[in-house]
Design a protein around this ligand. Sequence first.
Ligand SMILES: Nc1ncnc2c1ncn2[C@@H]1O[C@H](COP(=O)(O)OP(=O)(O)OP(=O)(O)O)[C@@H](O)[C@H]1O
Ligand SMILES: Nc1ncnc2c1ncn2[C@@H]1O[C@H](COP(=O)(O)OP(=O)(O)OP(=O)(O)O)[C@@H](O)[C@H]1O
Ligand SMILES: [Mg+2]
Ligand SMILES: [Mg+2]
Lengths: 262, 262
Amino acid sequence: MIYAVTNQKGGVGKTTTAINLAATLAQAGERVLLVDADPQSNSTAGVGLRPVDAVPTTLELLLGEADLAGVILPTRVENLFISPASPDMAGAAVILPQMERREFRLREALRDAPATPASSADGVEPFAYVFIDCPPSLDLLTVNALVAADAVLIPVQAEYYALEGLIQLLNTIEAIRHRLNPPLRIAGVVITMVDYRTNLAKQVEDEVRAHFPTLTYRTVIPRNIRLAEAPSFGLPVSLLDPHCAGADAYFDLAKELVSGAS
Amino acid sequence: MIYAVTNQKGGVGKTTTAINLAATLAQAGERVLLVDADPQSNSTAGVGLRPVDAVPTTLELLLGEADLAGVILPTRVENLFISPASPDMAGAAVILPQMERREFRLREALRDAPATPASSADGVEPFAYVFIDCPPSLDLLTVNALVAADAVLIPVQAEYYALEGLIQLLNTIEAIRHRLNPPLRIAGVVITMVDYRTNLAKQVEDEVRAHFPTLTYRTVIPRNIRLAEAPSFGLPVSLLDPHCAGADAYFDLAKELVSGAS
Ligand SMILES: Nc1ncnc2c1ncn2[C@@H]1O[C@H](COP(=O)(O)OP(=O)(O)OP(=O)(O)O)[C@@H](O)[C@H]1O
Ligand SMILES: Nc1ncnc2c1ncn2[C@@H]1O[C@H](COP(=O)(O)OP(=O)(O)OP(=O)(O)O)[C@@H](O)[C@H]1O
Ligand SMILES: [Mg+2]
Ligand SMILES: [Mg+2]
């Protein structure tokens, strides 16, 4: 199952959600791939790798210059692999538009070979879950992720501007479904950085649940400093502080995601 | 003086900084223009206007289909005008690359006619300050803002990923200075959403000041719920709650910006 984790609103918790869901499922024994499709390379740094232009990355995957087995790297979390990004990815916005099947490049790279590193002696073993961390825009990198995905996971920060942007995003997803990826569905909306000491968070949550009653996950992600600290250690929160509120929330979200995935 | 408010990292406080600095200076009696160059149209919504595709926006300015006087609208704040955005602006990424002088379009629109609405009977009166609110990317909209600007204002959230992205941004600014806008300077880096109850904020602030001692403003913007609530009222914080910590901080920042502008 391939999930695109996306929202063009910046700073809503896309990277944090992609890393911590991926890590939680990997620690539960599933084979998981994290695809960093953002030139900022935050997912790459967040799992403890240095984004380096010299190493093949998701960009080479998109350009067809490397296959998945040649790009993915293991991480400190057992069963979690990553297709890293680097600042060079910013070049995709200029190169990709001129290529054949430009919206399908990531889809073809992921579908053709849900590969593993050479160490898996018995050949290619597929990934149970793939999470694609998208940049904060509706550009060709995000379009590639939406075309490659089976379902979309939408983090929404419990604040006013994030709520505003949700309609724009749903329109874009509808357009992609119509033109490029008909089976694409919305896995769900997850409300992030919720601080119930403020009225604002409660208001935004109520508004999101009212507009999207069946799409919004029951689990909300609280604002929790350990989630903001974890990237500086290059660790998912489940390895930094497994019993903090942030780790618990992502564990609950992973359970909800898996039970809804069928 | 034209400022580009930019950082490709999402959710670091670009819109909040652009609106609240612009409003503070307008309330002090200066003629100020806020240019919303982000398809998310958060600056437009944040000053109480509905982003509507039917009205001429910053997009028409970029395409040369309207001049500044035909696009700008007054806001609820006296002396503050806005060149609004709308979701249609997302089309700029496809249309602009094919146009002549594509990086200079905003510069020409702002420089050629620092206009005012028709109400100013005595003809064109220039704006003392222009703030361009940029999207969270280093795309052609942001490049247009960096080419149009005299100086760059860089909000950096007091968190790990925002610190990571600063080097990438400075490299881009250097490239723009070199190729397209030699007099472009960095006005300053402003640290936002600082919560001194956490070690993280202090660590990031120390790191930013250590790397950029002369570029970092003394004023920091604290995490303050009124700043997050103000957009839902369509008001700058100085009109919603003039004595809150957020309003005070932007007042201090405005003073520092003005004294450094010379
Ligand atoms: N629940 C949370 N509690 C506290 N901090 C959080 C939480 N979720 C994310 N953060 C922090 O908030 C910031 C924004 O989150 P993140 O970078 O994951 O968002 P994003 O949507 O991926 O941003 P971008 O749009 O730049 O890609 C980061 O510094 C992150 O560490
Ligand atoms: N100092 C602050 N204290 C509390 N909340 C803040 C502060 N500054 C900004 N916010 C809130 O944090 C969120 C992100 O801020 P904002 O939208 O201004 O960032 P941005 O950099 O413009 O985001 P984008 O990258 O999407 O354009 C918004 O919901 C805003 O209201
Ligand atoms: Mg991210
Ligand atoms: Mg913004």
